[in-house]
Design a protein around this ligand. Sequence first.
Ligand code: CA
Length: 224
Amino acid sequence: MRILVVEDEEKTAAYLRKGLTENGFVVDVCSQGEDGLHLARTSGYDLIILDVMLPERDGWSILTELRQTGQQTPVLYLTARDAVQDRVKGLELGADDYLVKPFAFSELLARIRTILRRGPARQSDLVTVADLEIDLARHRANRGNQRLDLTPKEFLLLSLLARRKGEVLTRTLIAEQVWDMNFDSNTNVVDVHVRRLRLKVDDPFEKKLIHTVRGVGYVLEERP
Ligand code: CA
């Protein structure tokens, strides 16, 4: 499950990132309203945690824009002010829930789980790209009728590419999400693992699905 946190307060953002990651979520953090809106629209999150007071573009405007363009990703907003009109406003604009700062992490987690449970139909656990089938829930991948024998890391890497199929993922992003580390200076690790993954996913087959985007990173997609 992927969560976008739009929060400009560094401490809160770091706290959210840490707590949510520890609870098994994949978390992206963004500190500016404009970037937040862009990510929210383009990156297919399961939930967005949205601060109200943000630089450039506030949470209300982000929420309004998302709902106006038909984006139904659940939104939980964080507000520093426990004002009745604030709460009403958020819900009217189409937020799913809100929390007043400061909040207990356990409370946030409970709200998130409730929203995700009732949220819009969950995305399928099955991702397909051409004849490659990745079952995210069962940790299995097949190509054609062949089961792919992947290590846990290889599966994690493949499932990241699969969840975001068609999207070019940078080496840094891959390193962060698969290894939970910053490999800025050593993205070679990513290349090595992609090569190993290709040995199993692509090499035995005619149609290649993992593509290198020179100077940027990798993308999983079917190309003509
Ligand atoms: Ca703020």
